[in-house]
Design a protein around this ligand. Structure first.
Ligand SMILES: [Zn+2]
Length: 278
C-alpha cells in the first residue's frame, strides 16, 4: 500500500503538478465491499479485511473508490470499448482465471454482497477437477489458462503430447496455456484437442449466461481470448445450447481495450462518482 501511495504521488508530480487530483479509483481483486472499500479477502496478495479506501483516502486526501477489477473492466468496455452501444452487457475475461462483470442499464450490477459476476465459478461438471475456490468442476477449472496448462501437464506426464513435452525438456512447470495454444496453432492434434475442449466448456458457460441474463452483448477479453477461432467456437456452442429466442439479437464480441479495460473502467467510475457528488 505504501508503494501504491508513492506511485500515485509520483504520477501526480509528473503529470499534474499544477492541478488537484480529482479522485482515485482502484480495481482490486474481490471479494470486497465497494461501498466502504473494504477488501474482505485477496488470497494472491495474502490480504484479509484490508480497509483500502480508508487508508488511501487518508494518505492522499482525495476521494477514493475501490471496486472489483473485473467489474471495472466491464464498465470500461461498456463506456469506452463499445461506447454505450449495449444497455445490457456482460464482460468475461479468460486468462489464468476467468472473471466477469455485469452491466445493466449502464450500471455495474454487484448483487447484495458485492460479489455478483463470478462467472468463472459456475459449476459445469459436478465431478470435475478441483477449483481454486474449493469447488469442483467450475468453469475456471475447465476453461482457464490454468486449466489448459494442467491438462497438458497431465498428458505429458502420461507420455502424450510428445512434441510439446520435448520442447520444455520434460519440465512440466514450464508448460502454460500459451505454449499449448502455440502447438495447437502449429497443427499439433493433441494440443488442438485440449484447446478445443476448453473452448467447448467456455461456450457452455457463455450459453448459461445467455439463458440467465438475456444480454445484448457478451464481450470476451483476457490473454486467451485472442486464440484463433475462440469467439466462433463460443458462438457455435451458444447457438447449439442457449434459447434461440434469447441469442437471436445477441452479439458475442472481442474486448476492444485489451489490458486497459480495467483502467478505463476506473476512469468511467470516477466520472460517475464525481458527477453524482456535484
Ligand atoms: Zn471455482
Amino acid at each position: 500500500m505504501d508503494r501504491m501511495v508513492s506511485m500515485i504521488r509520483d504520477l501526480m508530480q509528473e503529470h499534474t503538478p499544477d492541478q488537484k487530483l480529482g479522485a482515485v479509483v482502484v480495481g482490486a481483486p474481490g471479494p470486497l465491499d465497494s461501498e466502504t472499500g473494504l477488501i474482505y479477502e485477496a488470497p494472491n496478495l495474502k490480504w484479509k479485511q484490508v480497509p483500502l479506501r480508508e487508508v488511501l483516502q487518508e494518505a492522499l486526501q482525495v476521494p477514493v473508490w475501490v471496486d472489483n477489477d473485473a467489474n471495472l473492466a466491464a464498465l470500461g468496455e461498456y463506456t469506452y470499448g463499445y461506447p454505450l452501444e449495449f444497455e445490457v452487457l456482460l464482460y468475461l475475461t479468460v486468462s489464468t482465471g476467468i472473471g466477469g462483470g455485469i452491466i445493466t442499464n449502464g450500471e455495474i450490477y454487484r448483487g447484495i454482497d458485492g460479489g455478483a459476476g463470478e462467472f468463472g465459478h459456475m459449476t459445469i461438471l459436478p465431478r470435475g477437477p478441483v477449483c481454486g475456490c474449493g469447488n469442483y468442476g467450475c468453469l475456471e477449472a475447465l476453461a482457464s489458462g490454468t486449466a489448459i496448462a494442467r491438462v497438458a501437464r497431465e498428458e505429458v506426464s502420461q507420455g502424450h503430447l510428445r512434441a510439446l513435452g520435448e520442447s520444455v525438456k520434460g519440465r512440466l512447470a514450464d508448460i502454460d496455456a500459451r505454449l499449448v495454444a502455440e502447438f495447437a496453432a502449429k497443427g499439433d492434434p493433441e494440443a488442438a484437442r485440449i484447446m478445443e475442449e476448453a473452448m467447448g466448456y467456455l461456450g457452455i458457460g457463455v450459453a448459461n449466461l445467455v439463458n440467465l441474463f438475456n444480454p445484448r452483448a457478451i464481450v470476451i477479453g483476457g490473454g486467451l481470448s485472442g486464440y484463433p477461432g475462440l469467439l466462433d467456437r463460443v458462438r457455435q456452442v451458444v447457438k447449439d445450447r442457449a434459447y434461440s429466442s434469447l441469442s437471436r439479437n445477441l452479439k458475442i464480441l472481442p474486448a476492444r481495450l485489451g489490458n486497459k479495460a480495467g483502467l478505463m473502467g476506473c476512469r468511467a467510475l470516477a466520472e460517475i462518482k464525481l458527477k453524482s457528488q456535484n
